[in-house]
Ligand binder design. Structure first.
Ligand SMILES: C[S@@+](CC[C@H](N)C(=O)[O-])C[C@H]1O[C@@H](n2cnc3c(N)ncnc32)[C@H](O)[C@@H]1O
Length: 247
């Protein structure tokens, strides 16, 4: 998965890179590995996640010099044009106003600098065996994210969002993941432990919000697990955008 998301992203030594919404540092670890010598600044609004990210990097990449900040991306303590590159992964999907976020972040980029934005899109899911119950379970997650102000279908919107926020030279790549039993590491690592686990984690919220019944939820989750068994297949597409701030 890291190769799929990070391929093509490497920043020159000495460049100053802001990772926005670093969470527990899953992407930070890859950024420091693929961009030795770049000066990575990682921010997140969640203090606990930031603490985990620090600990993770200290353990896995003790030589990496990452600067950590607990801050809201709408109120970052950095001057205008103080970064060469921005990296934002799986953050815009959670924001009620992702365009305003991109606009605010653009302020921090030096002219000629770039932004990389990576998002998923739950509308890209293909299941075999297909199941209306499984798709309904996925839709519960989509609806809950929407109720929380986010958009689980944001991948398809990256180009217009970046354009409306004033970026130039926008290119968006669709990066699909296809999984069947011949790729057991992806069956475990992506289909089961990432995608299905994420859907399963919203079960109680979906029931509390009246989006499903216990019986329908159980059936949906059981059908989702069938795609991770022998003979099942699963497809999901991530979207990776690169854009620039013109000099
Ligand atoms: C799904 S996680 C993604 C974490 C990381 N980028 C990754 O790909 O593993 C979304 C992260 O965005 C952070 N976040 C959400 N809204 C934010 C805001 N307004 N300012 C800063 N971080 C924010 C959350 O705290 C969370 O850690």
């Amino acid at each position: 998965m890291a190769a799929l998301l990070h391929e093509g992203t490497a920043y020159p030594a000495g460049s100053r890179v802001l990772e926005v919404g670093c969470g527990i540092g899953a992407q930070t670890a890859h950024l420091v590995a693929s961009s030795p010598g770049a000066r990575i600044v990682a921010v997140d609004v969640n203090e606990a996640s930031l603490g985990q990210a620090r600990a993770r990097l200290a353990a896995d990449s003790p030589d990496a010099e990452v600067e950590w900040h607990c801050a809201d991306l709408f109120d970052l303590p950095f001057s205008d044009a103080s970064f060469d590159h921005l990296f934002v992964c799986f953050v815009l999907e959670h924001l009620p106003d992702p365009q305003r976020a991109l606009l605010e972040l653009r302020r921090l980029l030096r002219p000629g600098g770039t932004v990389t934005a990576i998002e998923g899109d739950h509308g890209s899911v293909l299941l075999h065996p297909d199941s209306a119950h499984a798709r309904a379970a996925i839709d519960c997650q989509v609806q809950l994210q929407s109720l929380a102000g986010g958009d689980a279908h944001i991948g398809r919107r990256l180009q217009p969002l970046l354009a409306e926020a004033g970026y130039d030279g926008i290119t968006v790549q669709a990066r699909p993941v296809y999984v069947d039993q011949n790729r057991p590491e992806l069956v475990e690592g992506f289909t089961r432990n990432t995608f299905i686990a994420m859907i399963e984690s919203v079960g109680s919220d979906a029931l509390a919000a009246g989006l499903t019944t216990s019986a329908d939820w159980r059936r949906g989750v059981a059908d989702l697990h069938r795609v991770a068994e022998a003979g099942g297949t699963f497809h999901y597409t991530f979207f990776k955008a690169l854009a620039a701030k013109l000099p």
